[in-house]
Design a protein around this ligand. Structure first.
Ligand SMILES: [Zn+2]
Length: 207
């Protein structure tokens, strides 16, 4: 049984007031890619985005960025924005606060300057979120989850949820090996759907 939501319930954003779940008032759709850069999947994603003149945001794992610095440069030079995703993909629930901040800072230290951050698994304690905000870090969650990381996901159901996104929605995908097969099905269809509706795909502003 799934233990995650495709579409976040309305009360979650109320609970985590200091995190970003959507961009109200925006005219664009925000595609985000977590867990890269991956030497096979990320170039494929960049190609897909280019075909649709789509901009997106990549939340990079520090360890992966260290292995693939040329992909980090390519992401930026093609007009996308980047954020941190910790150095080793660690949950905020499993570390002391100090250890968690160290993980985040280490991850941010190996990529070009950014204040955007997405907590792995979306797992972050409220006091961690408050502390990160004080440090000037902008924590970005999402409104729609593709479920591409789940090998058993019902792709059609996932697609239907993603298609229900509206302007200002933030969608999550993964440029990881594990998600690649689902991604090759889901992403082109999402790009096609919103392009047909003439909605632009925007990168989260790089701060
Ligand atoms: Zn992740």
């Amino acid at each position: 049984m799934r233990t995650y939501f495709f579409k976040n319930p309305w009360w979650l954003a109320k609970f985590y007031l200091k995190a970003t779940f959507s961009i109200p008032g925006s005219e664009g759709i925000y595609l985000t890619f977590d867990d890269g850069p991956n030497e096979i999947v990320t170039p494929w994603v960049l190609d897909q985005l280019k075909k649709y003149n789509a901009k997106a945001t990549f939340f990079l794992i520090g360890k992966m960025a260290e292995k693939n610095p040329e992909l980090v440069s390519q992401i930026i030079s093609e007009g996308h924005s980047i954020g941190g995703h910790t150095h080793h993909h660690t949950s905020g629930w499993q570390l002391t606060n100090e250890a968690y901040y160290k993980e985040i800072e280490e991850g941010l230290s190996v990529i070009p300057k950014t204040k955007l951050f997405r907590p792995p698994y979306g797992q972050i304690r409220l006091n961690q979120l408050t502390q990160l905000t004080k440090k000037g870090i902008k924590t970005v969650m999402w409104s729609h989850l593709s479920g591409d990381f789940d090998e058993k996901v019902n792709r059609e159901a996932s697609l239907e949820v993603l298609k229900s996104a509206e302007t200002g929605s933030i969608l999550v995908f993964h440029d990881s090996q594990k998600a690649f097969e689902n991604l090759t099905y889901i992403l082109p269809r999402v790009l096609d759907h919103f392009s047909t509706l003439r909605l632009p795909f925007k990168a989260l502003p790089q701060v």
